[in-house]
Design a protein around this ligand. Structure first.
Ligand SMILES: [Zn+2]
Length: 287
């Protein structure tokens, strides 16, 4: 990405970013945009790159912000006066109606630039009251206002909010493209293929697993719990290990492991996720 980040911008997001920048250049930017796609595909990276591009005063024909001008610098320092980022006070908490009142107030202030942007992430964290409060602004946006919403589970948003937004879907990218991008990361204890399999093909989670000790410890705990399940003769050690894990990451991996067991039964060989476990215990569990 541009700016302080050394890693290249995720190539699977380039086309989407280009589409957005083109809409703005053609004065066809929607006043409400809903970016959807599974967790970990880069919705936040895409939204931030777009916001930075909007803040940039020196981008020319590029789809990226330059990273050097005052606009980019104030965006990267989270102090751009025309951009408001709305998120829950802590991960997993709700976005409340008071947050949306701040949005309405922000949009009512006089503008110094051509556009005023609000980024709500994750949009499905809005309470029903918050979403209803936002609806009026989506229906009758002040001139130059653009609301950018990001949601991994758009079905949790009221249909009235969804229907007022232009949809931009970010699908799970091609595995080979992600693997090439991940290979640009340094200091790895596991292979890119293993990390992608362990993270169920979600690029940003695989990146964290390759680079971040916390993500690695969480994977090791999940892996040990699932390995204990495969080997398990008694349920107690398995339960003990399950209790040491974060269920939010463990349960999708457990579901994935059961699919790998099924794959093994049908095909007689391990798939990418199954290869993270020893074949003897997978075989024993399958039979
Ligand atoms: Zn710039």
């Amino acid at each position: 990405m541009t700016g302080s980040d050394q890693r290249p911008f995720p190539p699977w997001l380039e086309v989407r970013l280009g589409e957005l920048v083109r809409l703005v250049s053609a004065n066809q930017a929607p006043s409400g945009l809903l970016v959807t796609g599974p967790k970990g595909v880069g919705k936040g990276i895409l939204a931030r790159a777009f916001l930075q591009r909007m803040a940039c005063t020196d981008a020319g024909d590029s789809r990226y912000g330059c990273g050097r001008c005052n606009g980019c610098r104030s965006f990267l320092g989270a102090s751009h006066p025309e951009i408001l980022h709305v998120m829950p006070e802590a991960p997993g908490k709700e976005i409340l109606v008071d947050h949306i009142r701040e949005v309405i107030e922000f949009l009512s202030l006089s503008r110094s630039g051509p556009a005023r942007l609000v980024f709500i992430e994750p949009a499905e964290a809005m309470t029903v009251n918050a979403a209803n409060a936002l609806l009026k602004t989506l229906e009758e946006p002040p001139g130059g206002a653009m609301l950018l919403l990001s949601a991994a589970q758009p079905a949790r948003l009221p249909a009235t909010v969804r229907s007022r937004c232009r949809l931009l879907r970010v699908p799970v990218p091609d595995r080979g493209v992600v693997a090439d991008w991940l290979r640009s990361a340094a200091d790895r204890e596991m292979s890119v293929e293993e990390a992608l399999a362990a993270c169920l093909d979600r690029p940003l989670e695989a990146q964290a697993l390759l680079e971040d000790d916390t993500a690695r410890s969480a994977w090791q705990a999940d892996h040990a719990a699932l390995q204990a399940l495969l080997r398990g003769t008694s349920p107690f050690p398995v339960i003990e290990r399950f209790l040491a894990c974060d269920l939010a990451s463990l349960l999708p991996r457990l579901q994935r492991l059961l699919l790998s067991v099924q794959h093994y039964l049908v095909q007689g060989e391990r798939d990418a996720f199954g290869r993270l476990f020893d074949s003897d215990s997978l075989q024993r569990f399958a039979h």
